[in-house]
Every structure is written in C-alpha cells, then in structure tokens.
Design a protein around this ligand. Structure first.
Ligand SMILES: Nc1ncnc2c1ncn2[C@@H]1O[C@H](COP(=O)(O)OP(=O)(O)OP(=O)(O)O)[C@@H](O)[C@H]1O
Ligand SMILES: O=P(O)(O)OC[C@H]1O[C@](O)(CO)[C@@H](O)[C@@H]1O
Ligand SMILES: [Mg+2]
Length: 555
C-alpha cells in the first residue's frame, strides 16, 4: 500500500532521535477545548502514582542496538492515559467494528473497550457495528454496555460478527456523520487497518471531529512492528492438541505419518511456534521456506530417512506453504480471491497427503509395510475458541490503550506493544510491510536444530529442472523440435551436477541430472511469486532476498 507517514509527523528529538508520531485531532481542528481526565478522580487510578503518561514519553522501536549507531533511532508515542482529554465523556458517541477473519480474543477486546469507556471515562453511548465494514451502511447498530458484554470473553468469535470486502469509504464516513459518532474503534488485520486509515483520511478531509483507533488482530501474527498479535498464543496452544493427536496416530502405526495443517497465509508463525512448543514435530513447512519433494535434500528423502529411523513422524504444514509447487504441479488453475481480494490458497495439506501416499505406495521398494497417513486439519478450530488467560490480559491492555489514545485526541493509529511497551503506531507504518518468519533469525535456527529437517536450499535449482524436464517431455510428445532455449541449455559443470530421483509413468525411479542455476526465474500460471525464492510476491522483505532488511530479532 502506498501510503506514507503524514508530513510533519516525523519529529526530530534530542541526540538524533526520531519520533514517528500519529495524527492528532488538533492537526485539523486546532481550537478544540480540553478537559481534565476523569481518571484523576477515579478511586482506582487516583491512588496510582505516575499513572498518567508524560507528553514526551516514547517507546524505542529497537532495543538491541549497536552502541556506535544510536543516532537516528526510531521511537513511537507511548500509549496510556493523558492528563488532558479532548472529549467531554457525555458527548462521546463511540462505535466498535470487527473485520476480517476470526481470532481468539475478539470478544475480550470488545468487552474491554465497552467497560473501559464506561467505567473509566463515564461514556454512555457505545454502539456495535454489525458484520464488518459493510455494517456501517447496511445494518442498524446495537447498543453496548457492560451488562451486554459481561460474559462475552468466554466465547469464541465476535458478537458483532465480521466480514471481508465491503469497504466503501465514503458510505462508511457518511454513516459515521449521520449517526453523530465521534470515536471509531476498528479491530482487524492488515486489510482492516488499511481501511481504518482510509476512514481517518476521509474524516480529516471532511474536517469531522472524529478519531479513528485501530486495534490489530491477526491469527497469522503477520502485522509488522508490534511484538505479537492477540490470540496468537491461544492458537499455538490449541494447535498442540492437533499435533498430539497426530503424534499418537503416527506412533501407533508402522510407517505412520501424522500431518497437521495450521493457518498462516504468508507467515508461518503458528506452525513455527507450534513446532517449537511441541517437540514431537519432525518437519515444519512454512510459506517463507519453499520446499520440494524429490531428490537429494527433498521432502521424500527426509520422510524416508525418518521413517526408517523412528518408524513414524509428524509433519506440520502452514496453509500458505508450497503454493508455487502445487500450482505448478496442477498446471492451469483458476486464481480465486476472497471478497477482500486476498488470494484463496490451494490446499497444501490434501495435496501433500496424496503425494506422499502415492509416492510411497508406487515408488518406494524399501518399505515392507505401507504408509499410514492421517491428515488433521484443525485450522478453523484453533481460531474459533475463546482466548486463553494471557491473551485475555493482553486484549484488556490493547483495549485500554486504544481508549486512552482516542480520549486524548490521537487518531489514525494502530495500538500495540513494541518491546513490551504499548504505543501508538501510525497506521501506514504497520500496513506498509507484512511480517514474516525471519529465516535468518535464531528462532528458525532453533527449529531447524530441533527437527534436523532439510533446509531446501536447492529449491530454485530443482524447480528449474522440473520445468525443463516438463518442457522437454511436452516437446517430445508433440513430436516437435526441441525448443532452442531448452536444447541449448548451457552445459552443467561437474561440481553442479546433482542427481534427482523422480518417478516415470510406470512408477520406476528415474535418475536425472540437474543444473545449479540460482538465477532461475519462476513463472507459474497467472500467480506471481518472488523470483528468488518462489515466495508469493508481497510488499515486505522476504527470506532469500539479499536486500531484505530483517529488523526483527528474536531473543
Ligand atoms: N486496501 C484497503 N483499503 C480499504 N479497505 C480494505 C483494504 N484492504 C482490505 N480492506 C477491508 O478490510 C476488511 C478486512 O480485510 P481482510 O479481509 O483482508 O482481512 P484482514 O483485516 O487483513 O484480517 P485477516 O487477514 O487477519 O483475517 C475488509 O472489509 C476489506 O474490504
Ligand atoms: O476466514 P477465511 O475467509 O476462511 O480466511 C482464512 C484466512 O484467514 C486467516 O485466518 C487470517 O488471515 C488466514 O490464516 C486464513 O488463510
Ligand atoms: Mg490480512
């Protein structure tokens, strides 16, 4: 998304510090009156010294730095209650909307926004927008108060319902104006936050006294800058149940494989953390690491070896893994998208099950007993549950940070913890890149050293060879001349030779030679993939890209 930080919002502090600040309602309505924060007189908060955040309190984006390169460090505005607020509580008309896919904790965030506004600030008019963005202009609102939301944190899903698509900025802002709403709380993922920014910009354009606050939600943990998204821990915990079942099934059969598919469209965090937590997983496949099946260093070789060693194994695959490989093996296929424009994924779990079964049934002579493969797909189960204890606390902090920011007049922000401190991050900052598992980071190394799985570094070479072989076969079957670019492939140097075992149409093993060509370009139907890695094209740095700027280091 090509939205930039607002001019004038990059503030230079002392010693070269840079504050990436968020918009404030006085940017376009400079003469608004201020009011004393009612929390000053609240029995619970008045007693807590230093409860209020100082105007110049900021949070460092990076806490691990080179001592010689601290100038130019980036900071965000610290979240929390301010001494002065820009809304009289009795004048506040707040609304809450949830958009995108489900995530554990949505109801807790709704509950805590309602209860926080009600009990801390004395706000009495709070509305729920039903069914995502389109609910602004298609549906009536519902009244929310502490009684209505009292028990909702014990339920999965969202009491407000959610949807994809339907973001029509002017219709949404018309509805905000017509209803007299002046605080808009928007809970959702990267797409939702982009929509929130569009609403904020339109409110500014119309000079409305309206603040828009974004609360980041993503089961995939793919929102950049913030430490972690709510519901992620719950999802990883729930995924353990599926992995345990897969392990039991696999361990109770000779040559047993338990295959578990988890969510993760572009980012394999759930799969990675579920693998690290479980210790029963032998192989973890994520979108950031394209894999291949045949030949040295391939998946079949590893499965073969693990089954011979242990008699069983567990594979965890993120739903976005292997998309290019599947697309290529399917030949032509339709590129479908959901109502928000997100590509619909090909089912890697089913595809992998079928390929493993047929490969080991037909092609593997050393197996005396057939493969027993159990495929478990708990994807929707891990996101439809209520949040666990720690996510509940986290949701509470997010909700409170959001209402303190809105009451203080800040807007166009996404709230979230950065290095464990909550802050207000300009929305363009969190949506301009997507977060991915950093495979150059120590966390992925920990996983690799735990599973001893292949690194699939020869992916590009293997894919190029597959394409060349396919093209040759097609040319031969059409009894045409071999196309020039295929027949004139440059000779392969001995050091680059590597055998690749594949199966011919009779099910016999065929050994081929392949050439190491790291500059291979990849094209698969209409889908677009990152050429160097086979990773789908996205805006953020991806592994394998030498220019990638991975700035997230895990402990
Ligand atoms: N660039 C955009 N501008 C305005 N609105 C957008 C944009 N992208 C998505 N939206 C709207 O945001 C809402 C949610 O988007 P999407 O379905 O992509 O889910 P998300 O918020 O990314 O959550 P998740 O992917 O984690 O489920 C939809 O109503 C969609 O129309
Ligand atoms: O809710 P839907 O439309 O089925 O989409 C599922 C997608 O939503 C997510 O849960 C969040 O983006 C992805 O992991 C998954 O691919
Ligand atoms: Mg999204």
């Amino acid at each position: 998304m090509s939205i930039d930080l607002e001019p004038g919002k990059i503030v230079k502090g002392a010693g070269g510090a840079i504050l990436e600040d968020v918009p404030h309602i006085t940017d376009w309505l400079p003469d608004l009156p201020t009011y004393a924060n009612p929390l000053k007189y609240h029995p619970a908060y008045a007693a807590v010294r230093q409860y209020f955040v100082e105007e110049n309190d900021v949070v460092a984006k990076d806490v691990v730095v080179n001592v010689n390169r601290t100038s130019g460090a980036i900071y965000f505005r610290r979240a929390g209650p301010r001494d002065k607020i820009y809304f009289k509580p009795e004048d506040v008309k707040a609304c809450i909307v949830t958009c995108g896919g489900l995530c554990p904790g949505l109801n807790t965030v709704i509950r805590e926004i309602v209860c926080g506004l009600w009990t801390q600030y004395g706000v009495r008019e709070i509305f729920g927008i039903i069914g995502g963005y389109r609910g602004f202009y298609c549906r009536n609102t519902i009244d929310l108060n502490p009684k209505v939301v009292n028990d909702i944190h014990k339920r999965g899903g969202t009491i407000l319902r959610t949807s994809r698509g339907g973001h029509e900025t002017s219709k949404i802002v018309d509805s905000i104006e017509d209803r007299g709403i002046n605080q808009v709380y928007i809970i959702g993922g990267d797409g939702t936050q982009k929509g929130a920014w569009a609403i904020h910009k339109e409110c500014v354009k119309r000079s409305l006294e309206v603040v828009v606050a974004g609360i980041p939600k993503t089961i995939d943990n793919d929102i950049d800058i913030i430490d972690k998204s709510f519901g992620f821990d719950t999802a990883v915990e729930e995924a353990q149940r599926a992995i345990n079942a897969a392990h039991v099934e696999a361990g109770s059969a000779q040559n047993g494989i338990g295959l578990v598919k988890l969510m993760g469209r572009y980012s394999g965090y759930i799969a990675m953390y579920a693998t690290l937590a479980s210790r029963d997983v032998d192989l973890c496949l994520i979108p950031e690491v394209p894999f291949y099946l045949e030949g040295p260093g391939g998946l079949y070789e590893f499965v073969d070896q693990r089954l011979h060693e242990s008699g069983h194994m567990v594979i965890v695959v993120a739903e976005g893994a292997g998309q290019e490989l599947i697309a290529e093996s399917m030949g032509s296929h339709e590129n479908l998208v959901d109502p928000s424009g997100n590509p619909l994924l090909l089912d890697v779990g089913l595809w992998l099950s079928q390929n493993l079964k047929s490969y080991f049934a037909k092609a593997h002579p050393t197996f005396k007993e057939p493969l027993t493969l159990k495929y478990i797909d708990p994807t929707y189960m891990v996101r439809a549950i209520p949040s666990n204890a720690s996510d509940n606390v986290y949701c509470t902090l997010l909700a409170h940070s959001a209402i303190h920011g809105a009451m203080a007049g800040y807007c166009g922000f996404t709230v979230g913890p950065v290095n464990n401190r909550h802050c207000y991050i300009p929305i363009p900052r969190v949506v301009s890149t997507q977060r991915h598992v950093n495979v150059a980071d120590r966390m992925w190394a920990r996983l690799l050293s735990g599973t001893n799985q292949p690194d699939f570094l020869r992916y590009k070479v293997v894919m190029e060879e597959r394409r060349r072989t396919k093209a040759l076969k097609q040319a031969e079957s059409k009894e045409e001349n071999v196309p020039e670019q295929i027949s004139k492939s440059p000779p392969v140097s001995p050091s680059q030779n590597c055998p690749l075992t594949d199966v011919d149409s009779n099910g016999s093993n065929v050994t081929k030679q392949m050439k190491d060509d790291s500059t291979a370009q990849i094209s698969t139907g209409d889908r677009q993939f990152f050429p160097a890695t086979g990773y789908p094209l996205v805006t953020s740095p991806v592994p394998g890209d030498p220019t990638a700027n991975f700035d997230q280091e895990t402990p």
